[in-house]
Design a protein around this ligand. Structure first.
Ligand code: AMP
Length: 131
C-alpha cells in the first residue's frame, strides 16, 4: 500500500482539497507555492502512463476542476500542471499556482507553512471546488 493509498484510506492525515468517487486531491506537504495540490487516483497505480486511456482522461478532467478551484481561492496567472512521480510510486499530478516560471522549479526550497495555514488553504480550495 502506498503512502497516498494510506492517505486516501484515512490512515495518514492529509489536507483535503477535493474528492470524487475515483480521485482525491490534497495539499502537497512541501509546497512550491501556497495551494500546491496533488491529484491522485484512488486506484493504486505507480506510473501515470500505465493508467487506462479512460482513467487518465477522467483524471485530467478532475484535475481541471481542482485547478479552477485553486485559482479562485488563490488568484494567480495560471495553475501549472506537472507529473514527476520520482519520490512516491502512486500516480499523481502536481497543480501549482503560478505567478512566474520559477514557481514551477521543483529544485527550489519548499515553503514552510504552519498547520493552521495548511488547513485554511485546503478548506478554501475545497469550498471553491464544491461551489
Ligand atoms: P514526486 O513523486 O517526485 O512527484 O514527489 C512526491 C510529492 O509528494 C512531493 O512533492 C512530496 O512533498 C509529496 N508528499 C510526500 N508525502 C506526502 C504526504 N504525506 N502528504 C502530502 N504530500 C506528500
Amino acid at each position: 500500500m502506498t503512502i497516498f493509498s494510506k492517505i486516501i484510506a484515512g490512515e495518514i492525515p492529509s489536507y483535503k482539497c477535493a474528492e470524487s468517487d475515483k480521485f482525491y486531491a490534497f495539499l502537497d506537504i512541501n509546497p512550491l507555492a501556497q495551494g500546491h495540490t496533488l491529484v491522485v487516483p484512488k486506484h493504486e497505480v505507480d506510473y501515470i502512463f500505465d493508467l487506462s486511456d479512460e482513467e487518465l482522461a477522467d483524471m485530467v478532467v478532475f484535475a481541471k476542476k481542482v485547478a479552477l478551484a485553486i485559482q479562485r481561492a488563490f488568484p494567480c496567472r495560471k495553475v501549472g500542471m506537472a507529473v514527476l512521480g520520482l519520490e512516491v510510486n502512486h500516480a499523481h499530478i502536481h497543480l501549482v499556482p503560478l505567478q512566474s516560471e520559477g514557481d514551477m522549479d521543483f529544485r527550489k526550497p519548499k515553503l514552510q507553512l504552519d498547520a493552521d495555514t495548511m488547513k485554511q488553504t485546503a478548506d478554501k480550495i475545497l469550498a471553491e471546488f464544491e461551489r
